[in-house]
Design a protein around this ligand. Structure first.
Ligand code: F6R
Ligand code: ZN
Length: 194
């Protein structure tokens, strides 16, 4: 029999955190290579190294069929015209899908199909359920003025492959145009992968 502490984790909307979760904090310096405009990134980092996002994950069990989940919180902000974002990843176990649910703020999920490289952005807002299929790179982008908070639920065996994204980055990025988020091809790349 599981005890209640293993089964229950409480979300605190005031802090955007789950109790019992193991927290990870990513600052701007941790996101080198993620933003398209490297000059704007270096200029911003020379002034400050703010927290860009936090994620707290809960791993109740590791068996086949088990689930892990986490709450992420991405701060509002931009580097040049590109909104603050998460590093993004593929799942190490490629078939693993993920369920995202928006809790607060407004943003986009940036998705990239590994098989054909097709990019897509999907709105993520309170009450939005977003299905991230397997074999799809995913990154969360805050397009609003307040922290974007969301729940993600994924197979325990999913794992994270950050290296593929660190090497090539996403093919597209979400930028502000006339006050609106739009999806554009990423042009200022240092590495040609695609
Ligand atoms: C887990 C998942 C999310 C992210 C979180 C932070 O599979 O997709 O919980 O871990 O949005 O993003 P990354 O992991 O890309 O730093
Ligand atoms: Zn994931």
């Amino acid at each position: 029999m599981w005890n209640t502490d293993q089964l229950l984790s409480r979300y605190d909307p005031a802090t955007g955190t789950l109790d019992g979760a193991s927290p990870v904090e990513r600052r701007l310096a941790d996101l080198r290579g993620c933003f398209a405009d490297r000059g704007a990134f270096d200029a911003a980092l020379a002034l400050d190294n703010p927290v860009v996002y936090r994620v707290g994950s809960v791993a109740p069990a590791e068996g086949e069929g088990d689930l892990h989940y986490g709450v992420g919180c991405v701060m509002p902000g931009r580097i040049g015209d590109e909104y603050f974002l998460t590093k993004g990843h593929l799942h190490a176990w490629r078939p693993a899908a993920e369920f995202y649910f928006g809790l607060a703020g407004e943003g986009m999920m940036l998705l990239e199909d590994e098989s054909d490289g097709a990019s897509q952005m999907v709105p993520l807002r309170p009450g939005h359920a977003v299905y991230v299929p397997g074999r799809t790179a995913h990154r969360t982008v805050n397009t609003g003025l307040v922290p974007l908070t969301y729940l993600g639920v994924y197979p325990a065996r999913a794992g994270h492959d950050y290296a593929t994204i660190e090497h090539c980055n996403f093919r597209a990025c979400v930028v502000e145009r006339g006050g609106q988020p739009v999806l554009v091809p990423r042009v200022r790349s240092g590495v040609v992968c695609h």
